[in-house]
Every structure is written in C-alpha cells, then in structure tokens.
Design a protein around this ligand. Structure first.
Ligand code: NAG
Ligand code: NAG
Ligand code: NAG
Ligand code: NAG
Ligand code: NAG
Ligand code: NAG
Ligand code: NAG
Ligand code: NAG
Ligand code: NAG
Length: 742
C-alpha cells in the first residue's frame, strides 16, 4: 500500500474503529465458532499424495524447463519463469505471481570467447584455447552460445604474466606455496576446482597479489575411469575432454549493491560498484575456466619445483605437476577475458496452497530455476520435481477431502547461480513476515547422484527429517532386492553416523537458497538432495553444457526417473508433516543435547588451541563455563516444555507452536556475525568467512578468535568473550521463550 498523506486524526479514528471491530471478531470467534484442533497427519492422504507423483510428469516438466540455455536476466530465463508459473496455475495453485528485483549480474562477450594464449620467445603463438565446448548431443545442445566458457563477475581485460600453480587455492595451499618460496604477486594463479567455493579461491589469489586466475577440473576428480571416449560423457557421467565448470565468483550473497535491503526498483542502492570491488565482494582480476585438455597445455610447460604429492592430479596422465613460476623455455602466457556488469530484472515465482486451519503459517518449499546453460540437473531436476509436488497435491485436494491445515508456499528462485540473489532479496524484503509466519523452509537444488538421500538440517529438525524418510519407498530396485525398502534404509546404510545411531546430518552450509532463510531470518531449514556414496562433493558434469535431459534420463537416473520421483515424494512428505502435525515437529530438546554433546566440546577445543596467555585463556574459559551452564538450563527447560505442554485445545496448541517458532529466532543477532557477509546473522550456524560452501559453528566467536590471534590486543580478547556471551544470550532467549513468564 502506498502512503497517501491522510491527516493524522482520521488515522486515529480509523484505528479506533478497527480495534472495536477486531475485539468483536475475537470475542465472536472465541465464543461462537471455536475452531477444531488441527488433526495430525492423515497417513492415507499423505500416501495418496506420494502415489500421485509421477515420473512421466517430471520428465515433461524437465524437458520444458531445460529446453534452452536460460541464464538469469535473459529472455530465455524469463520464459522459464512463465513456464513454471503456468504449470503451477494449471495445477491449481493460488495467487501465482512474480516478484521482480533489479540486480547487478555479469555476462561474457558471447561473440568473443575468452582465451588462453601461449607465445614462444619469437612472439609466435604456440597454443590458443577455443573457449567454447563442443556440442555432443545436437538435439539437446545446439542452443546459441551454449558452449561458451566463462565465469560470472570475472574482471574484464587481458593480462600477460608468469603462471603459478596453487593446487585447490585453499588458505593452506597459499601458505604452503609461500613456504616453497614462490610468490603469487604479479602472477596468473592456476587452481583446480574442489575443496571450497571457486569465489574464495579467486578472492585469496587476488589478495595474494595475483593479476589473473585460471580454474580447471582435474580428471582425478571428474574423469576417474580415464579420459578416453569410452570412459567419459556421453558414455558415462564423467567429464569429457573439452568441458568446463562455469560459475559465479561473487564473494557474498545477494545483490552486491544492496546488502541488507531488497533491490527493488524504487529503492536506493546503498553500495556502489566501486565499493563492491574495494571490499572484495567482486573480483577485479580476469578469471576464466579451462578444460583439462587446455590445463595440460599449461601444466606441461610449467617450470620450477615439483608440486607436493597431494597437489598432483591426472592431467596429461602421468605428467608431474610443477608450481612455477613461469614456463620452461621462456614462453609467455596471456589470458583474454571479456566480461561486463549489467543491471537486470530478475523474477522469483511464488504460489500457494492455502491452509484450511492456519493460513498464516507458511510451510515453504523452494528451488531455483536459473541455470548456467540448460541446467537439467542443476537446478531443473529440482524445478521439475517441485512442479510435480504442486500438481500431485492439487490433484489430491481435488480428489479427496484433504487440504493442508497450514499454508504451503511454493517458491522458484531466480539468479541463484550468481550468488543466491533471488532468494536473498526475497528474504530481505519479507524478513519480518517470514519471522512471524514461516514454520520451515525446505530446499532441494538438484539431484547429484543416485545412491542415497542426503540431508542437511538444524538440530531441531533432525528427527522429523529422519522420520519422513522412513515413509518414502526406495527408488532403487537393487536396494529393495537387498531388503532396504525405504529411502531411510539406504540412507542409514550409506551415510551412517555411528555415534548417534542415525544417518549423518550436518548443518546446512551456504551453497543454495536455504542460506538466507537460516542465516538472515532464523527460519529453520532442511536442504536435501540425492547423491553418490563417495565423498566427492558434486557430480562431474556440474555447471557444464552437458546438463541436458539425456544426462538425467540415460545416465544418472535410468530407472524411469525413479530418483527424481523419490525426491518429490520426500519433499511432499516433509511438507505434509509440517502442514498437518498438531504440534510443530521442532525439537528444542535435541538442540540442547547437540549443543552440550557436540558444539560446546568443539568450541572448547578451539579455545584451548588458541595461542594465548594463561590469564587471557582463563577469562575466556570463564565465559565458556557460563555458556555451558546455560546450555544445561536449556536442556532442563526444553524437557519440561515437552512434558508439560498441553494440546487439548486450539489456544494451547497455538501457544505451544508460537513458542516453538519464536525460539528459533532467538539465534539471530541483528548486528550480524561477520564483517564480510551482511546476511550472516545466525550466531550458531552462519556461513564462515573463509568458505562460502561450508559453514563454521558460531562464526562470530570464530571470527573474533581469528582476529585475536592475528592481533592479541585487549579489545580483541574482550570481543572473543563478548561473542561467547552473545551465544549464551541466545540460549537464554530460548529458555525464556519456552517458559510461561518473564
Ligand atoms: C484419512 O483420510 C482418508 C481418505 O481421505 C479418510 O477415509 C479417513 O477417514 C481419514 N482418517 C482420519 C482419521 O481422519
Ligand atoms: C573490457 O576491456 C576491453 C579492453 O581489454 C575494453 O575494450 C572493453 O571496453 C572492456 N569492456 C568493459 C565492459 O569494460
Ligand atoms: C577429445 O575427445 C574427442 C571425442 O572423444 C576426441 O575426438 C578428441 O581427440 C579428444 N581430444 C583430445 C585433445 O584428447
Ligand atoms: C607417461 O606418459 C608418456 C606419454 O604419454 C608415455 O610415453 C610413458 O610411457 C608414460 N609413463 C608411464 C610410467 O606410464
Ligand atoms: C484441480 O481442480 C482445479 C479446479 O477444477 C483445476 O483447475 C486443476 O487443474 C485441478 N488440478 C489437478 C492437478 O487436477
Ligand atoms: C560414485 O562415485 C564413484 C567414485 O567417485 C564411482 O566409482 C561410482 O561409479 C559412482 N557411483 C554412482 C552410483 O554414481
Ligand atoms: C546410477 O548412476 C550411475 C552413475 O553414477 C549409473 O552408472 C547407473 O546406471 C545409475 N543407476 C540408476 C538405476 O539410475
Ligand atoms: C527430541 O530430541 C531428543 C534428544 O535427542 C530425543 O530423545 C527425542 O526422542 C526427540 N523427540 C522427538 C519427538 O523426536
Ligand atoms: C604465540 O604468540 C606469541 C606472542 O604473541 C608469539 O611470539 C608466538 O610466535 C606465537 N606462537 C605461535 C605458535 O604462533
């Protein structure tokens, strides 16, 4: 609503009138139409929804959503947004609409591919990379510019410099290179993918003085059975020889020009592009991705000492990697990167199934839809599954008496690939509403393999995530023939946590759209996927042009998309549980117990590992002890709450649920926990400064400890203690929230 300048007195009168009406309605509501208590999940209905989820429909949606390359900010991606909206509307979702933002994106020069050029001492070109991957399946991959190899937000320009090889570009790798006596200053940094977010590698290289960077995928990771045609795509899931991983280099989340606030057209942008460069949010050096074939051309020429054994890989078969600097026989390296920043309109799509009992409680499901190229795996395996969840729920509503008690909200995010932009702007715009109404946000980005379910969530939701998986049939015939009939049975077998006797569940990191919900708004999240049983962090064809339906259907999920279907079923099962359970399945007892048994011992270990004087250590430990005592109090309060909460009538149930939801928000520190990432506000789970993909517990404490170790001043010591105290304050907030009186 727009402010129209109504005189104050009229406003007061209207407010008074509204109050009288509100009181009457409340009185009427409590005395005459006392609502029934929400019934628990009706398992027959839940089963029907699962049965209504069909592979055939997922396949159709997948083909529609991943037909063209649909980079955020392009017309093709706008068409995908409309295709999602029309699928949802056709199924019968309510109030389907777009939520637009104007954000800073980055594009290459599609007419002018990036290149790596090598010249000999006579100035003759001895190698030039193509900068474009070849089409392998023409029916699916012939879209214009699909093969273009580039990285978003790379600096624009041409640089010639000596090369240095820095392994994965982790903090340790930079430290070790320094110990080897090799300086990165003024050099082009060659780094391989893996062990961290690519934007962090480039950030570190730039900080170390690099003037350019090249990223490649090592066959050691992405072509483990060999690089010959029989062992790579399209015969297998492994990466073929001219392929590259695309991606964003932004260091941080959301539109770089509007931290904290939504980038609405009518609002001012608080940060300038220059400031975004100066604070390292955007890299200023040119960067490009190359195939392992091109990496071989570089590697075989690098001079200097041999790289350590754990820096070796399988580029060029048995080639020995060296660290440089520079090439043997005086050859010269140049990289040409064409890159441009553009302000673009993006749009999230939102749609509802309104709850019959508590329409103001939101159970939120989401996935992004923008892709680097066709995105049939990342993200449209999820987009297709989500559309089918919506359709199957609406079919169930149409054909039975079921309707969720709480509202289920469907979200399709734009510009996730550039840095979680669509979801971050959304959370920034609606943070107050979300903090009041959102029960949970459940994210599924993409299928990464077909071995097992894999879940990341917060301690309060571990039990519900596990129980739901026991009600989803196993998509694998092979697993079923071994007696593992549910998704849970395979999950506990593949990823067991021996200590606690249930599947291994970590706290979500920053790699997808759940991050702003948890870290900025304090809404608890579940982020799940299907993946291979090995530790390899993602799938070999991640962010390549070969993510087209052939990969989903013929290589990754060959039994009629059974895994895609199971993903939809698990998503639906979770949604129904949160929508229909009388008392919200939020387990504060488990939070207390995980804090006491895991987080606090880890914190103590970090404290004891600090290089600190005895007296300073004592003052830190003193606060730590007080925090431990509060955690014990939390355990007592949570158990008491669990045992004495009453849910024999609506008012009591709502009071119980209200407290459960509010207790999650206690961990949001409005002042933030990280200087570098304004959306990091969760004192327990916010994403660490050093790797945007993973997470560190109690990042505020960790950051303060790092500052203290770099500069052990009294101010920095006090900040460590203060940050521990802020965690404790949040714990006390939960105790108070669960209690009856202040
Ligand atoms: C559960 O749903 C089924 C089908 O809609 C219905 O027949 C049954 O009565 C419901 N059960 C309960 C306990 O409400
Ligand atoms: C990129 O750099 C080239 C020179 O290397 C220049 O011609 C071009 O205008 C620059 N583009 C942008 C968008 O700054
Ligand atoms: C890359 O793979 C293609 C297809 O198998 C093959 O024709 C080509 O020779 C390979 N190129 C290199 C440099 O190995
Ligand atoms: C290493 O590779 C070269 C060139 O491909 C080959 O000639 C040589 O036999 C290989 N050596 C080993 C030990 O595999
Ligand atoms: C459910 O019913 C509505 C209204 O008749 C219809 O528009 C919609 O297509 C139906 N949805 C499904 C999935 O059957
Ligand atoms: C899982 O990965 C391993 C090695 O990374 C590979 O050998 C295997 O084929 C993969 N299995 C599945 C089911 O994807
Ligand atoms: C599972 O994935 C592997 C590749 O990782 C593939 O070889 C296998 O055929 C897939 N199985 C099914 C049933 O989809
Ligand atoms: C809540 O967590 C506690 C501690 O881990 C556990 O004992 C209990 O069974 C959980 N409750 C539910 C309902 O899952
Ligand atoms: C520990 O700190 C002292 C004093 O600040 C410093 O001299 C010493 O080098 C540090 N030791 C380590 C292992 O960092």
């Amino acid at each position: 609503m727009k402010w129209t300048g109504t005189p104050m007195i009229i406003s007061y009168i209207s407010i008074a009138v509204l109050l009288v009406i509100a009181v009457c309605i409340t009185v009427l509501a409590t005395h005459h139409s006392k609502r029934k208590v929400i019934n628990d999940v009706n398992q027959t209905d839940a089963r029907t929804i699962q049965d209504n989820i069909k592979s055939e429909n997922i396949k159709n949606y997948l083909r529609i959503f991943s037909k063209e390359p649909h980079l955020s900010g392009t017309d093709a991606n706008k068409n995908v947004a409309y295709a999602i909206a029309s699928a949802w509307m056709e199924a019968g979702l309510e109030d389907v609409h777009m939520l637009p933002y104007e954000v800073l994106l980055s594009y290459p020069d599609f007419e002018n591919p990036n290149s790596v050029v090598i010249q000999n001492s006579a100035g003759e070109e001895t190698f030039r990379s193509k900068g474009v991957s070849p089409v392998i399946i023409p029916d699916e991959q012939s879209g214009k510019y699909a093969g273009h190899q580039w990285l978003a937000y790379a600096g624009n320009g041409t640089v010639s410099a000596e090369i240095v090889y820095i392994n994965h570009g982790t903090a340790d790798d930079f430290k070790n290179l320094k110990l080897m006596g090799v300086d990165v200053k003024g050099k082009i940094a060659l780094m391989r993918y893996g062990y961290g977010f690519r934007g962090d590698k480039v950030y570190k290289a730039q900080q170390a003085g690099a003037v350019g960077a090249i990223l490649f995928s090592d066959p050691w990771d992405v072509a483990q059975d060999g690089v010959d045609a029989d062992h790579v795509y399209p015969k297998t899931i492994w990466m073929p020889n001219e392929s590259v991983q695309r991606g964003s280099l932004m260091h941080g989340h959301g539109d770089p020009l509007t931290p904290y606030y939504p980038s609405k057209k009518e609002l001012y942008k608080g940060t300038t592009i220059k400031e975004a460069y100066d604070d390292g949010t955007l890299p200023s050096i040119p960067v490009l991705p190359v195939s392992y074939t091109t990496a071989f051309q570089l590697m075989k020429r690098i001079s200097g000492r041999e790289a350590p054994s754990d820096w070796q890989g399988t580029v060029g078969g048995n080639l020995t990697y060296k660290v440089g600097p520079g090439f043997v026989n005086g050859e010269k390296l140049t990289i040409n990167v064409h890159s441009e920043l553009k302000t673009k309109r993006i749009q999230n799509v939102i749609g509802y199934i309104r709850g019959s009992e508590e329409p103001d409680r939101y159970v939120m499901l989401g996935n992004h839809f923008d892709a680097w190229v066709y995105g049939s795996v990342d993200p449209n395996s999820g987009t297709a599954a989500l559309a089918e969840v919506a359709r199957a729920m609406m079919q169930t509503i149409n054909e039975t008496h079921w309707r969720p008690a709480r509202t289920i909200v469907f979200n399709a995010w734009d510009a996730e690939e550039f840095g979680l932009i669509g979801s971050t702007e959304f959370v920034e715009e609606f943070v107050d509403i979300l903090q009041k109404r959102a029960v949970v946000y459940i994210n599924m980005d993409c299928i990464q393999g077909n071995s097992s379910l894999h879940v990341e969530t917060v301690p309060t939701l571990e039990h519900v995530a596990i129980e739901a998986s026991k009600r989803v049939p196993n998509p694998s015939q092979e697993e079923k023939s071994r007696g593992r009939n549910t998704v849970y049975d395979t999950w506990i077998n593949v990823f067991p946590d021996k200590e606690v006797g249930h599947p291994k569940i970590r706290v979500p990191g920053g790699g997808s759209d759940h991050a702003p919900f948890l870290n900025f708004a304090g809404v608890p999240v579940i982020n799940f996927k299907y993946k291979n049983y090995t530790a390899y962090s993602t799938y070999p064809l991640y962010h390549t042009m070969y993510e087209t339906p052939f990969l989903n259907i013929h290589l990754m999920d060959t039994d009629d998309l059974a895994v895609h279907r199971a993903i939809g079923q698990y998503w639906a099962e979770l949604a129904v549980t949160f929508a229909d359970e009388t008392v919200l399945p939020i387990n504060t007892t488990n939070l207390a117990s995980v804090m006491i048994n895991s987080y606090l011992p880890q914190l103590k270990e970090s404290i004891l590992g600090m290089n600190v004087s005895r007296s300073d250590l004592d003052s830190i430990l003193e606060q730590y002890t007080l925090l431990s005592e509060s955690a014990q109090d939390l355990l007592t309060a949570a158990i008491r709450f669990q045992n004495t909460r009453q849910y024999d009538d609506t008012n009591h149930v709502q009071a119980v649920n209200e407290r459960l939801i509010s207790s999650e928000r206690c961990f949001i520190n409005p002042r933030g926990v990280s200087k570098h990432n304004p959306s990091a506000r969760h004192v327990l789970f916010s994403v660490s400064d050093s790797d945007a993909y993973s997470n560190s517990l109690m990042a505020g404490v960790q950051n303060a400890m790092d500052s203290y170790e770099t500069s052990p001043s009294i101010e920095n010591l006090r900040e460590v203690i203060n940050q521990i105290s802020i965690v404790q304050y949040s714990v006390i907030c939960v105790i108070n929230t669960l209690g009856d009186a202040i």
